[in-house]
Design a protein around this ligand. Sequence first.
Ligand SMILES: Cc1cc2nc3c(=O)[nH]c(=O)nc-3n(C[C@H](O)[C@H](O)[C@H](O)COP(=O)(O)OP(=O)(O)OC[C@H]3O[C@@H](n4cnc5c(N)ncnc54)[C@H](O)[C@@H]3O)c2cc1C
Length: 389
Amino acid sequence: MPAAVETASALPLTVLNDEEKMFQANIRRFARERIGPHVRAMDEAGVFRKDLLQEMFELGLMGIEIPEEFGGQGGNFFQSVLAVEALAAVDPSAAVIVDVQNTIANNILIRWGNDDQKRRYYPKLARDTVAAFGLSEAGSGSDAFAMATRATRKGDHFSITGRKLWITNAAEAGVYFLFANANPEAGHRGITCFIVERNFSGFQVGKKEDKLGIRASSTCELILDECQVPVENVLGEVGKGYKIAIETLNEGRIAIGSQMTGLAQGALDHAVAYAKQRQQFGKPIADFQGVQFELAEMATDIEAARLLVYNGARLRDAGMPFVTEAAMAKYFASQVGENVASRAVEIFGGVGFTKDYPVEKLYRDAKIGRIYEGTSNMQKMTIAKQLLG
Ligand SMILES: Cc1cc2nc3c(=O)[nH]c(=O)nc-3n(C[C@H](O)[C@H](O)[C@H](O)COP(=O)(O)OP(=O)(O)OC[C@H]3O[C@@H](n4cnc5c(N)ncnc54)[C@H](O)[C@@H]3O)c2cc1C
């Protein structure tokens, strides 16, 4: 077949197959009808409703890539990205709960867990157990591998002592994929990933942060005081934690790009609807070219962000190199999220600045995109490293 014909038969990035379309439509409906009415109250309370969390499990949203034989959906990474995007348009907090569960926690177990660990944890994670990822500490954020948490082997278990900070899903979680250094003399090569259950002795969930945005998503400290973790709960191998963390975050950040793309789409949809009904100077503000151009620029930025995100996810599912593309997707989409949400507030005028309209919350929620799963500077470092070798 001539190359041109071959190229022409490839599906454009944003064209979904029937299964993906149905999956996306179901999540959009769930987000709009079930989550939508509670978004403002959950933001104010700083708590995500338990009944909605349970519904997310029942819909299969918490085990998208877990194999069907263990109660999951047997889906792929791209579907996780679609789910995060659709949820974020309504509530970026719901999106990050699903994001961490699927693209970080479940993903880490799928890639690095042994058969026994998968048999023990897959069914829980697909059915009713929220999971969290504990890497950051007070003294180690961007420089994550400078962590102070230590693990010492004592017979058939490890004793872990230290504190983790900023852990998403920590308040609701039952399982934590947590990093500690088991051999500090070896530097980052001592870092090890452990599967820690909430009821393990010496483990405690600490203070919950009071945040600017994504307030319904919990972010807490984890306190480990000689926490006893059985040897069989080492994920991968002792000393492989740095590799596990890097590779997991490389993938996870595509979904943060997706969260920011969905958030921006939600803000644009609100802005378009408002511009059509708000009248000034005797006509809808959507009739003014100044407003139309704003909307056009916002839509173009979102399309570009979505293309980067979908390309990163599809590269990852195809088993092709994707690390630079993932960093670009997260870096760009988080800029777009912040910028589009800010412009949406302006299109609403004064009411956009109040809590009576949804764009104020999306604007606050957007800020985190440039911070977690590697700040924008860290993404730029990854991109530059690839350019400069
Ligand atoms: C709401 C929320 C949820 C989070 N969820 C999780 C989670 O679930 N699990 C988890 O492990 N962590 C989580 N984090 C932590 C998050 O990943 C870190 O906050 C982030 O990596 C930045 O680290 P830091 O806060 O220590 O900032 P720092 O690393 O102190 O960075 C401060 C500033 O310095 C810049 N900087 C640092 N080093 C360099 C450099 N070499 N070159 C240029 N600029 C640099 C940064 O870009 C940033 O602007 C979460 C954080 C928040 C706020």
